[in-house]
Design a protein around this ligand. Sequence first.
Ligand code: TA6
Length: 300
Amino acid sequence: MTTGASDPKAKPEALGRVTFLDGQNELPMLEVSTAWSTAVIYLHGAHVTQFKKHDEPPLLFMSQCSRFTEGQPIRGGIPVIFPWFGPREGLRQHGFARVQTWELKEFAPAPDGSVSLRFRLPDSPEAAAFPPFTADYIVTVNQSLTLQLVITNLSKDAEFTFENCLHSYFEVGDVTALSISGLKGLSYLDTVGGSVEKTETSDALRISSEVDRIYQNASDTVAIFDPRLGRKIRVEKQGSASTVVWNPWIAKSRQMPDFGDEEYERMICVESGNVASNSISLPPGGSSTLTVKLSSETLK
Ligand code: TA6
């Protein structure tokens, strides 16, 4: 089923469209098309698996080995990490939001050609371990991709402490040729070989081995220069004090059943959230919004 025209007076071809489809493994999927771009979103994890401007290669990396299975995370695209980041004793890694089937609450093709969709995380036994909350995720598709994760603490008396992260996987031409700027001078937790606190000294980060770093108090825009694909990707954000950079490199790639052995060569994760010492504590009735805008331009 396809739907688009909300403003009968608007020119049909300028309006965005949303198509409801059965995706891989028949998981419910939404295909969004605008005058500039297309995007694919699964209700499973409210997971954006594709964003592509008509005149550029896909922005997001998706593993050819990814699962599309109830209860399992999708490998690639933008996993929504909440309400905890990383391992947690006796619980699944990276929280439960990315393996839940979210509800599509509303979608609106706007007169300017953008399309916005709002998803809500349904209640679940895992959520019951936390104070009552709502988690809404708004995805806006146009020349760029904007994501907003809004968490509200519905409790009358309990504080709600959590971590969140939009774990974006970017498609790159050659991971060893790219450089990442916007992190210089920041302290980071280097989780490769233990969790050691270090300071970023390079003007632009280069990747030549496994990288798994949690940059703290990192609220600036990060740019990824990709000479092989001839483009620059910008990761702009608000309401986020952590930036995570990850590439599994060779050995870790071979350990991951849902990731190809050579796929590390053409992906880099630059993630935006609030993790570790930057976790969020919301007072009763409080609300927080994590906003991430992903855009790209061709290098001249
Ligand atoms: O964001 C980086 C990280 O925390 C790495 O430590 C690595 O484990 C990655 O996430 C992927 O985690 P996953 O649970 O999706 O395999």
